[in-house]
Structure formats: C-alpha cells, structure tokens
Design a protein around this ligand. Structure first.
Ligand code: BES
Ligand code: MN
Ligand code: ZN
Length: 531
C-alpha cells in the first residue's frame, strides 16, 4: 500500500476512485464535506437529513457518480454527533476503521481520505491523526494467506482494495516533515502487526519455536540487527531450570531468542540520529544508553502439559505465542521507523506438551535466579518460562523491562476482552504505558500488585509454588513474576483477552503492538507523550 499526503483546496475536484469524507450525524459538515456538498447541490446534506446515514460513529454510506464531483465514488462516514464539538478518540477511530474496511473492499485502484483539522479529537494533533489513520487503514487490508485448495477469490474479487491512498489535507496546513514521518510510522506499525498476526494465525505444527527463531533471524538479516538463538545446551549452561522444566515434555526443540536493536548509537549504521536517546529515561546517570527490554511469552502450543487442558477450544492455544509475536512484530516496526533507541527483545519459545519425560505436578525445579519453584500445575507454564527470561534480562542493564504474555484466563474474567491487564513495580512506567495505550487505541488497565498477594504463593517444598489458588489469578501470576524482576523497573502486560478474537472472525489482533510502538516512539523522541 502506498500512502501520500496531498494538500488540496477543492476536494470536489479531486480525481480519485473513492473519496472518504467525515460527516456529523446531525448534519454538521466539516469543510471538505461542505465543499463536496455545495458542488453536488446539497446532495450530502439531504441524504443525511433523510436519515440515510446511521448516526453511530463509523456508520458508512457509499455514493456512486455524484454529480459535480470528480471522484468516482464518495464514502460518507459518520463521526457521531457534533454537539461536543469534535469526536472523541473512539468515534474518530471508528470512522477510520470504517474507511479502512471500505478501502480494502473497493474495486477502485486509488482513494483519498479528507482529514480536516476541525474533526480531530480534542488534544490530538495532525501527526497523531496521520499515524493512527495510516496504521488503521493499512491494517484493514491485512488478510491471512490461508492454504486452500481452490483460490476462491478469483477474478474481480481478487483485485479488490485501493492500493494508493492519499490523505487530503487543507492547503492551509503547514508543510511539515513530521506529518510525512507520521504516515510512514503508522505504516511501519501496520507492517509489524501483519507479521505478528501471521505468526499468531499459523498452526502450531508450522509455527514452532524454530519457526519463531527463523522469523527473528530473517528480520535481523533484513534490518541488520543482532539475533542470537540459544539452544537447549546453552539454557542448561545458564541453569534455566524453570524454562527447561516446561520444554521437557515437547519433541520440538526449545529456542531462546535474543534480538538487539541499537538505534541510539546513530552514524555508522545508517540510523543517523545519535545523541538524543542518551538522555532521560533511556540512559543511566552517566549518559550511557539503557535499553528497553521486551520479553514475549512464546508458548507455540499450550496443551497444559500433564495438567492437561479440557478439549473445548484447545486449538486457540496456538495463540499462546502472541506475546512473542508482538515483540518480533515490534522489532520490525522499530527497525522500519529507524527509531533512535536501544531495544532488546527476548523470546523464550517452547511447546507445553504432556509426555513420558514431561514435568509432573509436585516437581520442584531451580530457576536461573537460584529461587526454587514447586510446580503444582503444569498449565501455569508461562510464568515458568518468563521468570528465567526476566533473570536473563538483567545482563542488559535495562532502563525498563516489559513482558507481554497470554498469561491467565483469570485476566479475561477480571477485565473482559477490552483492555490488556497491566501490573508493574513502578508507578511512572505504569502511567506511561497506560497513556500510550490510550493514544494508540490499544488500552490497558492496571491491577494491584500488593505485597499481601505474595503469601498466596507459599510452598512447603520450595521457595514458592507456581500457582496461587482460585482467586485473583492474574495478580498472583504477576506476583510470581515480580520475584524475578527486582533489579529494574518492570511492567507486565497480560494479553490473554486481547491477543486474538474467537468466533467467526477468529484471528490474531497483534495487540499490544500498537501500544508498544507508541511507547517506543515516545521514548525515542525524548520521552514526551505523542499527540
Ligand atoms: N495460556 C494460558 C492462559 C490462557 C487461557 C490464555 C485461556 C488465554 C485463554 C496459561 O498458560 C494458563 O493455562 N493459565 C492457567 C493458569 C492456572 C493453571 C493457574 C489459567 O489461566 O487457567
Ligand atoms: Mn497454560
Ligand atoms: Zn499458556
């Protein structure tokens, strides 16, 4: 997909396959829509007055061959009611999602989206809008390339979707490289999301730990960053007893993937930004850069192990590597954006399978940190692979560590499927992530991590048990992880409810990649919140 920014004075004269216009449900027309309405002798206003366009934000109405208008098609999208002045973030995003959906399905080859300053949500700037818009529109065109015998999408259908899309801004807008950058950033994030979605949607027979390692290696080659793959012997040498306890039931070899992106050094490697990232949150007191470390849970299939899961919907446990996929996808996005920041990605990858040599409930293992763990339930495996990855992360002297994991069904019970769960040992980091989640439309909600919860992990046979009983499961899982994250600022994102959708539209969402990208962008550009 190719995006451009066009500055225009007369949207009605724009030669394009499909022109997308925002309108308010109560009939108020932003400048671009007003111009098209006037050129078409008030056609838009009449259609809205007749109730042809549903009031709900994101409702859409497609018009063909509008008299007096150069565009072949005009798509009206509702921004909701105008009474509050401008749409909120959600209404605005819903409108762009509708635009993206229409642009992905149209037979038109090219399209344009009018983006009037008057329609921006309060407090949001054009760069924010262009970054969101290009990401949403590019992401709408994502299709999983399923291996089917017959290609059903033959002929006209196959060709659908506008490939060239222009953002039409008022000619009065100040020309600004920041706006071009914002469009490229959104596109880079969508590209990372497509990779994350592909990895998530693949069956676990294809998307094995070795496959994840291959995907990381391929990215490292393409963008020239360092990728190390640790094998079982390496993990044994490092005494990763918790991770290895999960891997022992599987025939597939475990992989411990380490990606290192150095954007802060500038010069030499063509990133050319230098300096900037050595200040503030991304550096220690002496100005030495400290990386952001992302840790992604990479269970390529979670059968539960000897504590076998029930059969219903077990296929969805192929998605238990979505944390890993979001980290690998984030690396694609930051490398494309050439962000001037240092980021380390760690992915412990293995299957969780039952087998003659699998870990049993009651087994006690020693983690890389030296702390011992009584494994009471082999289905609480995510925390076992993550705890060794968190210990391994210490060697990078991180500015902060964020782990991303489809960790607990309890998180879905607590929060539903709207926000990801957020737990942290640092209020500043938690607040930063929450704000970036809101800005990216990829929300998180914080749960408490009080000392009192630690008692629930007591064991008679080891330093701790790997489960904390029936209640507060998302919190006790994080309480477990916090024991391995004492050396740095740390946040944990539980994405069990947000990483994929079930039912007819079953598929990976790539969440929380939009949040991670927003966070890294903000950190790379001096720690200010993106707007
Ligand atoms: N991968 C699952 C969590 C999960 C469950 C994610 C359902 C999405 C949907 C995780 O490994 C797991 O099995 N957790 C257990 C923990 C329990 C045994 C303490 C759970 O949530 O039931
Ligand atoms: Mn499990
Ligand atoms: Zn799991």
């Amino acid at each position: 997909m190719e995006f451009t920014i066009k500055k225009i004075t007369s949207p009605e004269k724009l030669q394009t396959g499909i022109l997308v216009l925002g309108v308010f449900a109560d009939g108020k027309l932003p400048p671009s829509s007003r111009a098209v309405d006037e050129a078409s002798q008030g056609r838009l206003a009449r259609l809205i007055a007749h109730g042809e366009l549903d009031a709900k934000p994101g409702a859409a109405l497609l018009l063909h061959g509008l008299a007096g208008v150069a565009a072949e098609r005009v798509l009206l999208v509702s921004l909701g009611q105008s009474d509050s002045g401008a749409p909120g973030d959600k209404a605005w995003r819903d409108a762009f999602a509708a635009a993206g959906k229409a642009l992905a399905a149209t037979p038109a080859k090219d399209g344009a989206i009018a983006l009037d300053g008057e329609t921006l949500p309060p407090g949001r700037g054009l760069d924010w809008a262009l970054r969101q818009a290009s990401r949403i529109v590019a992401d709408s065109a994502y299709r999983f390339d399923a291996p089917r015998t017959e290609k059903k999408e033959k002929g006209a259908m196959k060709e659908r979707g506008a490939r060239k899309i222009a953002f039409a801004l008022s000619a009065a807008t100040v020309a600004d490289k920041a706006l071009e950058d914002a469009v490229r950033q959104g596109q880079a994030i969508a590209e990372g999301m497509a990779l994350a979605k592909d990895l998530g949607n693949l069956g676990a027979n294809i998307c094995t730990p070795a496959h994840l390692a291959g995907a990381a290696n391929a990215l490292g080659k393409q963008f020239k960053f360092k990728v190390d793959i640790l094998e079982r012997e390496d993990m044994e040498k490092l005494d990763m007893g918790a991770f290895l306890a999960v891997a022992r039931g599987a025939r597939q070899s475990p992989k411990f993937i380490v990606m290192q992106y150095h954007g802060s050094r500038g010069g030499g490697d063509d990133h050319g930004h230098g300096g900037k990232a050595h200040k503030g949150k991304n550096a220690d007191k002496n100005g030495k850069p400290r990386p952001v470390v992302l840790v992604g849970k990479g269970i390529t299939f979670d059968s539960g192990g000897i504590s076998l899961k029930p059969g219903a919907e077990m296929d969805e446990m192929k998605y238990d590597m979505c944390g890993a996929a979001s980290v690998i996808g984030a690396f694609k996005a930051i490398a494309r954006m050439e962000l001037p920041i240092d980021v380390v990605g760690i992915v412990p990858a293995t299957e969780n399978m039952p087998g003659g040599d699998a870990t049993r409930p009651g087994d006690v293992v020693r983690s890389m940190s030296g702390q011992t763990i009584e494994i009471l339930n082999t289905d609480a495996e995510g925390r076992l692979i993550l705890c060794d990855a968190l210990t391994y992360a210490e060697r990078f002297k991180p500015g902060c560590v964020i782990d991303i994991a489809t960790l607990t069904g309890a998180c879905i019970v607590a929060l539903g499927k709207i926000p990801s769960g957020l737990l942290a040992n640092d209020d500043g980091l938690a607040e930063e992530l929450a704000q970036c989640g809101t800005a990216a439309g990829d929300p998180v909600w914080r749960l408490p991590l009080w000392e009192e919860y630690q008692d629930l992990l007591k064991s008679n046979f080891a330093d701790m048990a790997n489960i904390g009983g029936r209640f507060g499961g998302a919190i006790t899982a994080a309480a477990f992880l916090s024991r391995f994250a004492k050396a740095y600022k740390w946040a944990h994102l539980d994405i069990a409810g947000t990483a994929w959708v079930s039912g007819e539209a079953k598929g990976s969402t790539a969440r929380p990649l939009p949040l991670l990208a927003e966070f890294l962008l903000a950190r790379a550009t001096g720690g200010e919140q993106p707007h």
